[in-house]
Design a binder for this molecule. Structure first.
Ligand SMILES: [Fe+2]
Ligand SMILES: [Fe+2]
Length: 325
């Protein structure tokens, strides 16, 4: 089994600063095999906003895979947006816009759907499906995961149109063998198989830090995955300002695709494990000097304290209705 923490839409520049420390503590306490961030690190792609995002990344222990969001290119600076849209992202977040991650248990392919001519709606790059196919052919029994910013299915109530060709893209990823697509952008959580492609699970993370909420609390997703079983729980901010568990969604994959299979157990096990661990303390890693590029994965930082037991609060899950954002 592998564990992914899925964060999205941090929007540094328009965050709730009180959530920063609880988020770092929660993510590090979960000890993910991979932290996935599906774009919108900043609000306006300002240098100071990327600096804050980089400081956050430096606090995370373990590997990180991220893709850009539409807010990570300067929308109010046409010169930069058209000629060097990713200069700041590459400098502060990752040199690689479409990273891949491989372990014994999972093959993860990042796709950059932010296009300079369709920044808001998104566009699937021409090479995305062939990249996924290649990565997944070589994946053996590993879970196959695609990460991108723009969702590939219109959700009920969403104000923004889904990207052109989204359904075709899901079909292509399904043919390539994808098990899960992780995305963000609309600031709402959604966890269900794609309507017409039940072999692919559609997982949206809400906004984890932004004050631009769409009817639900700040949250992120915890994903425990095997090839044929996945357990996904949103951790949403509770009244104490901590990220607290909501009941997990469990799916099993068979011939007919992903089928909902009740509630899970490994999240509860991880709570017990985290609460029994001794506290770890370390020196935070400083942001890289100007001009020095951050690694794609493996950012190290201050390990989180392991007092996750205080955050347990099995409240009902956040509303799944989605709106644009
Ligand atoms: Fe966003
Ligand atoms: Fe976005």
């Amino acid at each position: 089994m592998s564990r992914i923490v899925h964060l999205s839409d941090l929007h540094f520049g328009r965050t709730d600063p009180a959530l920063f420390a609880p988020l770092v503590e929660a993510v590090n306490g979960l000890k993910p095999d991979l932290t996935v961030i599906s774009g919108d690190f900043t609000q306006r792609a300002r240098v100071w906003q990327f600096e804050e995002a980089r400081a956050f990344l430096n606090r995370l222990s373990g590997p990180v895979l991220s893709v850009p969001g539409n807010h990570d290119t300067p929308l109010d600076n046409p010169f930069m947006r058209f000629l060097m849209p990713w200069k700041r992202y590459r400098r502060f977040i990752s040199r690689e816009l479409e990273p891949e991650f491989r372990s014994d248990d999972m093959a993860v392919v990042g796709v950059n759907t932010v296009n300079r001519f369709a920044w808001q709606q998104g566009r699937m790059p021409k090479h995305a499906l062939s990249r996924a196919k290649k990565a997944f052919v070589e994946a053996g029994d590993a879970a196959r995961i695609v990460v991108l910013h723009h969702p590939l299915e219109q959700l009920p109530g969403a104000r923004k149109p889904v990207m052109r060709g989204a359904s075709k893209a899901v079909e292509g990823f399904a043919e390539a063998g994808a098990d899960i697509v992780l995305s963000g952008h609309i600031h709402n959580t959604h966890i269900a198989p794609f309507t017409n492609y039940p072999h692919v699970l559609f997982v949206q993370a809400g906004t984890v830090l932004s004050t631009r909420l769409r009817g639900e609390k700040n949250s992120f997703n915890l994903i425990d995955i095997d090839r044929d079983r996945v357990e996904i729980a949103a951790l949403a901010v509770d009244e104490a300002g901590r990220f607290a568990y909501t009941p997990p969604h469990v799916f099993r994959k068979g011939g007919e695709g992903w089928i909902a299979a009740g509630t899970g157990t490994s999240v509860a096990a991880s709570i017990a494990e985290a609460s029994s661990d001794s506290a770890l303390q370390g020196e935070p890693v400083l942001a890289p000097p100007e001009g020095e590029l951050a690694p794609m994965t493996g950012q190290t930082g201050e390990p989180g304290r392991s007092d996750m037991d205080e955050t347990i609060n099995l409240t009902p899950p956040s509303p799944r209705a989605a709106r644009g954002g």
